[in-house]
Design a protein. Structure first.
Lengths: 332, 117
């Protein structure tokens, strides 16, 4: 009986997290279009519902009823599988992120995280790498030259910045002494890691932008050169699935930044306000992502690769050494 | 153990959602086939030549470099977790490791593996 209740709490937590995540992802698309509109001095979508609030629903319904094309040249199995892989990894990534402290619910202690893994950070890195398969297989299997080019670029760019991404988080592990995300959040009780480890925050943000393929690193789907890149042949909800996965990944990267550097769910007020603080911080980061998309042009591909290997990688390595030295000397 | 069951449930949920979205659109959308519609989209031009042709060697080099560096970075993780307890000894050990990594990095830079023109 006891085990059954624990198990059902776990399942309910899972379902709530996935549904809330999908809801936030849907409305992040609207937020992006609205904000980009404002940044370009136009109102953005405002016809469907008050302030365009029903736009994501209209988009979803429209996508479902559009024609689902599988091109002749395509590798059919991989072509259908690819958007699924993207969405699957983007959703599962969120499982280890703590969005609140331990709260009391119906007389029991409930941790506000789906799975409090001891290897949380490794899980995140591993699954984020798997997410690349969606993009790469999607571009490769559609049998289109633009798609193949986009997929190749995506693969090379993502693995290049993966190194910097992996190095940037090592400083947080050294300071917190754990790769369990809940413990990393608890280690920030006195001072957030953005203060203790500011360069790590900046490097993670830059490498994270490359990881989720956003401007100025949106090479894989550079509209003006590759006509849409890896998802050129996709239509209907398969195309929308790539979009949902992209925004879910963006949401998760913002959540990881919040957890590692901005103190996670910490904030003034009682414990049950934790999720609220968490969401506010996540949306501050998402606002930054949208803002810089409206500000910067796309960088050239050779510049992106050289920046990643010749600039970001040695600097993040140096950052790790300096942080380790400061910890060894007892400063941090 | 329960944490891993939770991950498993999450995998199932994510898989079901992904499959449902793709499956529903497959069933709901109407469909009319024609030869030109199912041809590769290249902005109206007729396609010439093979699609999956040979590509530049740079992509392979990047993949190889990534393998080397990512493995080295993963080696730093266990050290990072216990670095506080290892103290100065652990720090100097790590410096030697990173120094060797850095020599390799200088080597590939001088060899021109990082150039992209």
């Amino acid at each position: 009986m006891e085990q059954l209740i624990t198990l059902s709490i776990m399942v309910v937590k899972n379902i709530v997290v996935v549904l809330v995540l999908m809801g936030f992802v849907a409305y992040t698309t609207l937020l992006e279009r609205k904000l980009l509109g404002r940044l370009q001095v136009r109102p953005g979508p405002n016809r469907v519902g008050p302030f365009g609030l029903l736009q994501p629903i209209a988009d979803g319904v429209k996508s479902f009823f559009k024609e689902d094309i599988i091109p002749d040249e395509a590798d059919k199995t991989l072509y259908v599988l690819a958007p699924g892989i993207s969405l699957f990894t983007a959703l599962s990534l969120f499982a280890v992120i703590p969005f609140g402290p331990t709260v009391e619910f119906l007389g029991r202690q409930v941790k506000l995280v789906v799975a409090d893994l001891d290897t949380g950070l490794l899980y995140l890195l591993a699954l984020a790498t798997l997410g690349e398969y969606g993009v790469v297989l999607g571009g490769w299997s559609s049998g289109n030259k633009y798609g193949v080019l986009g997929a190749l670029r995506a693969a090379a760019q993502m693995i290049s910045y993966e190194c910097a991404l992996g190095l940037a988080v090592i400083g947080t592990i050294i300071i917190a002494g754990s790769i369990n995300l809940s413990e990393i959040v608890n280690a920030q009780a006195g001072l957030w890691f953005i203060v203790k480890y500011p360069f790590g925050f900046i490097f993670y943000l830059v490498a994270g932008l490359a990881e989720i393929n956003r401007t100025p690193f949106d090479m894989p789907e550079s509209e003006s050169e590759l006509a849409c890149g890896f998802n050129i042949e996709y239509s209907s909800m398969k195309f929308a699935t790539f979009m949902i996965a992209e925004y879910a990944h963006m949401f998760t990267v913002a959540a990881i930044v919040t957890t590692l550097f901005l103190g996670g769910w910490m904030g003034p007020g009682p414990a049950y306000l934790g999720p609220l603080w968490f969401i506010i911080k996540v949306f501050v980061i998402i606002f930054f992502f949208i803002w810089e998309r409206g500000t910067y042009p796309r960088a050239r591909y050779d510049q992106i690769m050289q920046f990643g290997w010749k600039f970001l990688l040695p600097l993040t390595l140096l950052n790790v050494v300096v942080t380790a030295a400061l910890v060894a000397m007892g400063v941090l | 153990m329960l944490e891993y069951v939770a991950i498993f449930v999450m995998f199932c949920l994510a898989g079901i959602i992904a499959a449902a979205i793709i499956g529903f659109s497959h069933v709901l959308g109407h469909r009319t086939k024609s030869k030109t519609k199912l041809a590769p989209y290249e902005c109206g031009m007729t396609t010439t030549g093979p699609t999956r042709r040979r590509m530049t060697i740079r992509y392979y080099i990047v993949a190889m470099l990534f393998l080397v560096f990512d493995i080295e970075i993963i080696f730093l993780y266990p050290w990072a977790v216990v670095s506080r307890r290892l103290g100065l000894f652990g720090f100097i050990e790590m410096l030697i490791f990173v120094f060797i990594l850095f020599i390799g990095y200088i080597y590939i830079w001088k060899k021109g593996a990082l150039e992209w023109e």
